[in-house]
Ligand binder design. Structure first.
Ligand code: F6R
Length: 366
């Protein structure tokens, strides 16, 4: 049942090229310049009239929500707010009739997310679900939605659910951008084509497995780890850190790279591994300066870079090369080596990768 892999988590990491394709199949029609998602088409006016979009989720799904904030605001120019469902539901939030609330949940059973949906419905908002489990409570409780087609995710640590959530969100952002005319025609078509190429590029990014294992061997005894990224790769840094802590029990924190000098830089010494997500697109030069700041304090730098990178290679202790893609789609690629790194470190430490201590696959109590 693990398909020849040692763990479900590894199997699920390797399934990503095919499940991302399953998720956009029939919906992304790049040659025709179309995105077709029934849940969006049927409710297009609600989305176009939305004064803002609220996103609620927990854990990894919340990280996908952060990526959604960046991409929906950039492409469709609709204000987006992302909240932990548990905070949102208990703070008497302002919810207007014109708001669209998007709930993101792999299991579709997360208690706090479900409660946030009920609250938003009571206050008249339109609620859209992005779930993986067909017929789950959240998929039933929402007005409309779009399923991810990740297939069953058995490993407690979420991997393929995350990348398929981002795939759905990217299609939503593109569809809304097309309706609103907020992306130029050429950019719109370029993104459709780029998205279609993502499964191949994820396949290519999986070739970082050996590098991730080798780097894992060096850092398996670490007790702390810092993950840094900017822009679209800030949520990826958070997700990288969450993956590491939940399965290897190494304390890890994700930060926007520029926030480092506002606190966490104090932690940096020769014992601190710092994983920096530094693809060529995006805020590359800014990230390079952050890397220099870490280096001058003797931090150990592990950088995720675009193939062919020279500048970061000179500064970093270890580099992991991934294929190039546009900034907005990069989380789908840069996440892959971070999943693999966490996996190998956890295995090397003898941890129960698929069922980490104290964690449940679906959190049905608050
Ligand atoms: C992390 C993880 C959790 C879930 C969170 C939300 O790897 O699996 O953080 O992402 O419990 O779960 P869903 O998406 O089912 O609502």
């Amino acid at each position: 049942e693990k398909g020849g892999y040692d763990h479900f988590m590894l199997k699920e990491i390797y399934e990503q090229p095919s499940v991302i394709k399953d998720t956009y199949r029939g919906r992304l029609l790049a040659n025709q310049g179309l995105i077709k998602m029934a849940g969006i088409e049927d409710n297009l006016e609600r989305f176009l009239n939305a004064e803002r979009i609220l996103i609620v989720a927990c854990g990894t799904s919340w990280h996908a929500g952060l990526v959604a904030e960046y991409i929906i605001e950039e492409f469709a120019r609709i204000p987006v707010e992302v909240e932990y469902a548990s905070e949102f539901r208990y703070r008497n939030p302002i919810i207007n009739k014109n708001d669209v609330l998007i709930a993101i949940s792999q299991s579709g059973e997360t208690a706090d997310t479900l409660a946030a949906i009920k609250l938003a419905k009571e206050r008249g908002a339109f609620v859209f679900g992005v779930c993986n489990v067909v017929g789950s409570s959240i998929s039933r409780e929402t007005h409309a939605g779009a399923y991810t087609h990740a297939g069953p995710e058995i490993g407690v640590a979420s991997t393929k659910a995350f990348t398929t959530q981002i795939t759905v969100i990217t299609m939503i952002a593109l569809r809304l951008a097309k309706a609103k005319g907020t992306l130029s025609n050429s950019d719109y078509h370029r993104y459709l084509q780029e998205l279609e190429l993502i499964p191949e590029k994820v396949q290519d990014a999986l070739l970082t497995n050996d590098a991730a294992e080798a780097i894992g061997k060096v850092f398996q005894k670490s007790s702390n780890c810092l993950y840094l990224g900017r822009g679209y790769n800030f949520p990826v840094a958070l997700e990288g850190a969450l993956k590491l802590k939940e399965i290897s029990y190494i304390h890890a924190e994700g930060y926007p790279a520029a926030e480092m000098k506002h606190g966490p830089i104090a932690l940096i010494d020769e014992h601190m591994p710092v994983i920096v997500i530094a693809p060529k697109q995006g805020h590359y030069d800014k990230v390079v300066s952050n890397i220099q700041e870490i280096k001058s304090r003797s931090g150990k730098i592990i950088a995720v870079v675009t193939k062919g990178d020279v500048q970061v290679r000179e500064l970093a202790d270890y580099v992991i090369e991934v294929p190039d893609t546009s900034d907005a789609l990069s989380p789908l690629i840069t996440t892959i080596p971070l999943q693999l790194l966490s996996y190998h470190i956890a295995v090397l430490r003898g941890c129960n990768v698929d069922q980490p201590r104290n964690l449940a696959k679906s959190v049905t109590v608050e």
